[in-house]
Design a protein around this ligand. Sequence first.
Ligand code: 1BO
Length: 376
Amino acid sequence: MPPPVYELLPSAEEDKTSEHSTRRTHNNRVKKVLFHVLAVAAVMFVVFQGLRSFVRSSSKFLHAPPCHGRNLSSLPSHFTLPSGAQIPSVALGVWKASPGEVGPAVETALKSGYRHIDGAWIYGNEAEVGAAIKKSGIPRDELWLTSKLWNTFHAPEDIEPALDESLAHLDTEYLDLYLVHWPIAFKRGTSNELDVELTANPYPTWAKLEELVDKGKIRNIGISNFNIARIKNLTANPLKHKPAVNQVELNYWNPQPELLQWSKENGLLLEAYSPLGSSDQVKETLRVPEVLAIAKELVITPAQVLISWHVQRGTIVLPKSVTPSRVVENLKVVALPDDLFNKLEEAATSHKPKRILNPSTGWKLDFDVFDENLPF
Ligand code: 1BO
C-alpha cells in the first residue's frame, strides 16, 4: 500500500529546517561572492597604489625642479650718488617704447614697485610717461625721474628751455637726474651738423647744467655714452658737480669690463642700457648656455639672471619692456652665488665684444664717437 499522502509531505518542522538551510546556503554564497569582490577590489587597490607611487617616484626623478639648495641673498635696491641721493638700482627704461604702449608700461611698472623711470627728450614719449606717473598717484618724492639733454641743445642758452620742455611733459618741477645724452654737440637748430667746438670742449654745457642744479631744477647731473677719454676731457675742467653717473650700453655681448673697473676706481656709477642686448638679440642672449644653466640651478628666469648680474656688477640696470609680465619679472633680482656670478662674468668677458649702438655713421661723423683717441 502506498503511504498516505500526508506522510509524503514534509512535516511543518522539517519544512522550517529545510527553509533555514536553503537560506544559510544562499547567504554563504552571497558572503563568498562579496568576499571575492572585496578581495579583488583590495588587490586592485593595492596594485593601483603601487603603480601610482611608482609613476610618482619616476616622474620626481625625470621632472624634479632644479634644487639650488643655496641661500640667495638680495642685491642692493639703491646705489648712493655723490650728492647722497639714493638711486633705485633697477629702472624701467622707455627708449623705443611706442606711443600707446609706454603709458600702460609705466603704469604697470609703478604698480609692481618700480620707482625709477629712465627717459629722454629724444625718445619723444615724455608726455605719455608724465600722464602715467600722474595717474599712479605716487608722490613725486617717492619717484626717481631721469631725462637726457639732446645733442641739438648743448649750447648753454638752449639747455634750460630743453629741460623745461622735459619738465613740462613729465609734469614735474625737477628731475632727479639729467644726463648729457651723447658727447656730441650739434649746431643750434640742426639735427645732425656737428658743433666741433662744443664737442671738443663740453665744459660750457656742463657749467650750465651745474647752474641748473644750483637753481633746483635738477638734483644730479651725469653723462651718457662717454668713454674714458671723453670723461677725462670733461673732468679736466674745474667742475663744481662731478658727473654722478655714466649711462652706457652694457650687456653680455658688450660688457665693457675696463670701463666698469675704471668707473669704480673713479667713483662714477655706470647705468646699463640695452642690458639684455638689442631687441633682436634678446632671444639669443636669453639662450646663452651659462645664463640658462644658472637660471635652471637657481630656479629663476634667464632675464632675472642677467638683470641680477648687472646689479651685482655694481651698475644700475634699465631693462625696457612693455609686456606686463616681463616688467614685473625684471624687477626681481637676487644675488648670484659667487661661483655662478664669476662663471657668467668670465663667459661675458671672454668673447670678442660687440657693440650694438654706434650712431657715428648715421650722424656722418668722420670719427668714431667711441674712439679713445679723440679727434680734436
Ligand atoms: C638715441 C638713444 C640712445 C639710448 O639712450
